[in-house]
Design a protein around this ligand. Sequence first.
Ligand code: SF4
Length: 169
Amino acid sequence: MIYLAGIQEDSIVDGPGIRTAFFAQGCPHRCHGCHNPETWAFEGGTGFEPEKLLEIVEANPLCHGVTFSGGEPFAQAEEFTKFAGLLKESGYEVASYSGYTFEELYDAKDARRDLLESIDVLIDGPYEESERSLELAFKGSRNQRIINVSASLTAGEAVVESSDRWLGI
Ligand code: SF4
């Protein structure tokens, strides 16, 4: 069961194209200036089976990509890994935000590494209010990176996404 604070269909701010965004309930990072503090508590949220969430995505013919946001999706890594697998089988691009860095997830000895390996794009790192900018495509603060996960796993280090789509061009 995945516990969600909300679902945003037809989102154009959580990655390129028209996407469905899933906001995880629960976040351990507590970034100063977080825009979604109502998602911090691990109690609450609404529980969904991954198969049900796939149905929601597939019911929208305009949707070609999916983004996990939060909250912290990697705090529910096992269930989000299952969901990411279903989405990939159905041909969707899967991106996820995380308050963890790529390096933390790459070195994780738990299901967070599995989730990292299941997605296409990671927008990493906590929101840092001192680095806030409204001019960044798909990011809240300059410290965050948009990472090509496949290229990064091959290289063994973070490779920043260079496609025009993700650069917001
Ligand atoms: S990681 Fe995201 S949801 Fe969690 S506190 Fe930071 S900005 Fe808020």
